[in-house]
Design a protein around this ligand. Structure first.
Ligand SMILES: O=C(O)CCC(=O)C(=O)O
Length: 266
C-alpha cells in the first residue's frame, strides 16, 4: 500500500498527510530540469510570474504558459497515482497542474483559503498533491494548515481581495476559522503532502534567500463531474484561473459520470 493505515487515518482526521515517501533523485532532476526550462523560456515575458504558473503541462498554452508534456509525465507517475488512488479510489481525473514557485526574497504569500471555494466540481471532491522541489520550511514560506478544518465538508465564507503580494485573491473570512491552531507543513526536497479540498490553508511570503518551489497536482474522482459551464460563472473579474476551460485527463480507471468532457482545453 502506498499509504499506511495510520497515514490514511491522519488524512481523514487532519485533512492533510505527509506520507513516509520521497520522490527519487531521478524524478527530482526531471522536475528541476523542467522548471529551469520553464523559467528560461519565459524570462522575457512581462506577464509571467513564477509565483503562480497555471497549466504548464498544456501544449495549448491556454494560460499564457508555454507547455511542456514533461509536466504531464511527472503528474502521472505511478508512485503519485498510487497514493491518490488510496484516497479517492481507482477512477482518477487530473484536472489541474499549478506551480507556486515562490522565488527567494520576494515570493508572494498565499492567503488563508479553501481550494473548493470556486471549483465547479460536483460533488466537490479533490485531493491535491503538493510536491516540494527545493525544501519547504517556515523561513521560505512553507504551506500552513488548520488541522481538521475540512471535517464539516463545508465551504466557509470567503471574500475577494486582490493584492500584489498575494498569489490568490480568494481569502477566507478570518472569523470562520481558528488560526491559532495553524501548523506548518515542513517538507524536504522530494517530499509531498496530500490535502483535502475543504482544508483551510495558506502560506507566508518568502523573505529568505532560498527558493520554495511547490508543484501542485489536482485530482478528482471519476464519480465527480467537472462542470465547465459552471466554471464560467466563477471566473470573477481578475481571476486568471480559467475554470471554464480546464483540460481533464483520465489518468486511471473510468469516468463514472459519463459526462466529463475530456476534449475541452487541450
Ligand atoms: O504553495 C502554496 O503556498 C499554496 C498552495 C495552495 O494553496 C494549494 O496548493 O492549494
Amino acid at each position: 500500500m502506498a499509504l499506511s493505515d495510520s497515514e490514511m487515518e491522519t488524512y481523514n482526521r487532519d485533512g492533510l498527510v505527509i506520507p513516509n515517501f520521497r520522490l527519487s533523485e531521478e524524478a527530482l532532476l526531471r522536475i528541476g530540469g523542467a522548471y529551469d526550462r520553464l523559467l528560461e523560456s519565459h524570462k522575457d515575458d512581462p506577464k509571467f510570474s513564477p509565483d503562480f504558473i497555471l497549466g504548464p503541462h498544456l501544449q495549448s498554452g491556454g494560460y499564457g504558459v508555454k507547455g511542456d508534456p514533461e509536466w504531464l509525465r511527472i503528474a502521472t507517475r505511478p508512485e503519485i497515482l498510487d497514493m491518490v488512488e488510496q484516497v479517492m479510489g481507482p477512477d482518477i481525473i487530473l484536472w489541474g497542474v499549478t506551480i507556486f514557485g515562490k522565488p527567494a526574497g520576494q515570493g508572494k504569500a498565499t492567503p488563508w483559503h479553501q481550494d473548493g471555494d470556486y471549483y465547479p466540481i460536483e460533488p466537490l471532491e479533490t485531493c491535491t498533491v503538493w510536491i516540494s522541489l527545493d525544501g519547504s520550511y517556515p523561513e521560505n514560506g512553507c504551506m500552513r494548515f488548520i488541522p481538521g478544518s475540512h471535517r464539516e465538508r463545508k465551504v466557509f465564507k470567503h471574500h475577494w481581495e486582490e493584492r500584489p503580494d498575494y498569489t490568490l485573491a480568494q481569502v477566507i473570512d478570518e472569523d470562520q476559522v481558528d488560526l491559532a491552531s495553524a501548523r506548518d507543513i515542513v517538507l524536504e526536497p522530494g517530499q509531498v503532502s496530500l490535502h483535502d479540498v475543504y482544508l483551510v490553508h495558506g502560506s507566508n511570503a518568502n523573505t529568505s534567500d532560498r527558493r520554495r518551489m511547490g508543484l501542485v497536482l489536482r485530482f478528482m474522482p471519476g464519480s465527480s463531474y467537472y462542470n465547465h459551464a459552471g466554471g464560467q460563472s466563477t471566473e470573477q473579474a481578475g481571476s486568471a484561473h480559467g475554470y471554464s476551460k480546464r483540460a481533464l485527463f483520465l489518468v486511471r480507471g473510468e469516468d463514472r459520470t459519463g459526462r466529463n468532457d475530456f476534449t475541452l482545453g487541450h
